[in-house]
Design a protein around this ligand. Structure first.
Ligand SMILES: [Zn+2]
Length: 202
């Protein structure tokens, strides 16, 4: 038996939504299928497991503070949605956080969500978006500038041609980030089928 398993039995993790003892995210705190929100950002179809408030918001915050077990439960929910709603040949592309945040946290939450959801759903994952610093456009080639919109660039150049992409992120707020990422991937030749996020800010 692994040490982590023994520790789980001795000290079961509290529910990240309500602090109760009934699982990492207890049945009452798991977003239900009825909470799924679908909306459009220009031509981009977006789905969110639920609104960014209450137990779902607390769960996301706990994950960002390092509760990987909560991240795994959220990724499982993303995978269930992907399996039920998407054709099999899509590829997941996480929306990256800034390098500074990733260094501070020790991980990138969207990358972890995409990897785990990809593993569970059998979809491939391409971690090809990078967030650039504000003035990173300077000194780059014209082609590289054309392939970058706002804060993001695609590290794969033209390698994603013909790939059908689903963007993955933890929270969608204004949608500007998803729009930027979609534009960058489209410029790189990908077909952006949509975006799936854990929660949408009301
Ligand atoms: Zn709970």
């Amino acid at each position: 038996m692994r040490l982590s398993t023994i520790l789980d039995i001795l000290f079961p993790a509290a529910c990240a939504g309500c602090g109760g003892a009934d699982g990492v995210l207890c049945p009452a705190c798991l977003p239900s299928g009825r909470a799924i929100q679908r909306f459009q950002l220009d031509a981009l179809h977006v789905a969110a497991l639920g609104p960014y408030d209450g137990s779902l918001r607390r769960a996301i915050l706990a994950f960002k503070r390092g509760r990987r077990d909560v991240g795994a439960v959220l990724a499982d929910m993303l995978a269930r949605y992907l399996t039920s709603a998407l054709p099999a040949h899509s590829v997941l592309v996480p929306v990256p956080t800034t390098a500074a945040r990733r260094a501070e946290r020790g991980f990138d939450q969207a990358v972890l969500l995409a990897r785990e959801a990809g593993r569970l759903s059998g979809l491939g994952v391409l971690d090809i978006l990078r967030q650039t610093a504000g003035d990173a456009q300077r000194g780059r080639s014209r082609l590289a500038r054309l392939g970058a919109r706002g804060r993001f660039r695609c590290s794969a150049g033209k390698l994603v041609a013909e790939v059908r992409v689903v963007l993955i992120d933890d929270v969608a707020t204004t949608g500007a980030t998803l729009r930027d990422c979609s534009a960058v991937l489209t410029a790189a030749g990908a077909r952006v089928a949509g975006a799936l996020v854990v929660a949408r800010t009301p």
